[in-house]
Design a protein around this ligand. Sequence first.
Ligand SMILES: CC(C)(COP(=O)(O)OP(=O)(O)OC[C@H]1O[C@@H](n2cnc3c(N)ncnc32)[C@H](O)[C@@H]1OP(=O)(O)O)[C@@H](O)C(=O)NCCC(=O)NCCS
Length: 396
Amino acid sequence: MELQEVYLVDYLRTAFTRAKPDEPSRDLFNSIRMDQALALLYSTLVHRNGVNAQEIDDVITGCALQVDENWLFGGRHPVLLADFPVSVPAQAIDRQCASSMNAITSGALEIMSGHAGIVLAGGMEHMTHVPMVDNKHISPNMRLLVRPEYLKFQMNVGYFMGLTAEKLAEVEGFTREEMDRYSVESHRRTARSYDEGYFKHEILPIRVEVDGEEKVVEQDQSLRRDTSLEKLSALPPAFKEGGKITAGNSSPMNTGASAVLLMSKAKVEQYGLKPLARILGFGWAGVEPSLMGKGPVPATKKALQRLALKIEDIDLWEINEAFAVVVLYAMRELGLEHSKVNAHGGAIAIGHPLGATGARLVGTLARQLVLHDKRLGVATLCVGGGQGFTTVIEKF
Ligand SMILES: CC(C)(COP(=O)(O)OP(=O)(O)OC[C@H]1O[C@@H](n2cnc3c(N)ncnc32)[C@H](O)[C@@H]1OP(=O)(O)O)[C@@H](O)C(=O)NCCC(=O)NCCS
């Protein structure tokens, strides 16, 4: 079977608001559900590219915690809310933080194998309405925590993302100061990119109700322009006594959605569109659950090896800032210069609504390749439970 080329034609996301399960009114998206917001992204992508919705071959949505209102009904919710024809199929994917990157991969594989010509792929997470901790609809398997044969997995750490970051920093010898410095730079790059207007081309403003008044949400709520190394150094450890991981060098908890439009070469030509990038390939790998932050390294090595590419061939990198230590570790192990990584800031400042992050990374990377006139890009993230996931793209 001859593989078809796959193009990333367009990308959009919502702003990422700050999730606060204990104080929901502080989340600007408290009055809406994310399947509604995602439906708006999907329909905007379809309409602004002049696509006939009858021709959509699949809509693939990722979400990490598919319970309560994050339940996607097999992916049908955003499709029906977008008012697409009932003949448009859908599916929902959970690969934790890589869910929407996996949605893009699944869509790309459908196109590569000739099973689809047009696919929408995206992700969403409402971390205020569906919290990742103290959620009675999520239950760890106690066998993994108490049975002797499973103790080697250290799930007493592996179930808690903050503790996995603590362990990575300890085992790999990263200091609090290195992580804090990295985090200040993430805020600085994001703030500068806002000032330069970078984000207005990827964020779809969303109308919501806040305190009985209509408000348009178009800026990420977690960005702290006034942060500094001094302020970060003063924050207490967030996950364990004497620890190094704080609210400042972790990604925050967020609410948001993101989406991309994928097409085969034939469909790009039929609609006369100019894509942002071509999707070249992918890689995914398992690692120790208690060191899940190591995931991007083996996943990226696999992806590059399959494509016969070297680290030096890659012009721009997006590595998810689940925690500063995850990026510091990947940069050290892969030998990357910081100037090529997360050029417009990352999750520490932008936010990390779990299921929405993967598509944001790939989408924003595609935009950067065009904006900075670079050829090859890698987007990668670590995954709760102990995995990494990587996508490699090339400027169109
Ligand atoms: C770390 C964590 C527990 C902190 O939760 P929180 O206490 O609600 O954190 P907040 O972001 O509200 O920060 C608490 C306070 O620290 C201070 N603070 C946080 N970041 C700061 C920064 N960059 N500069 C200065 N002060 C900061 C502020 O005083 C803030 O209070 P405020 O928002 O009222 O101003 C939470 O963000 C978390 O769990 N993050 C990881 C999420 C995760 O695991 N994702 C998956 C990854 S695999």
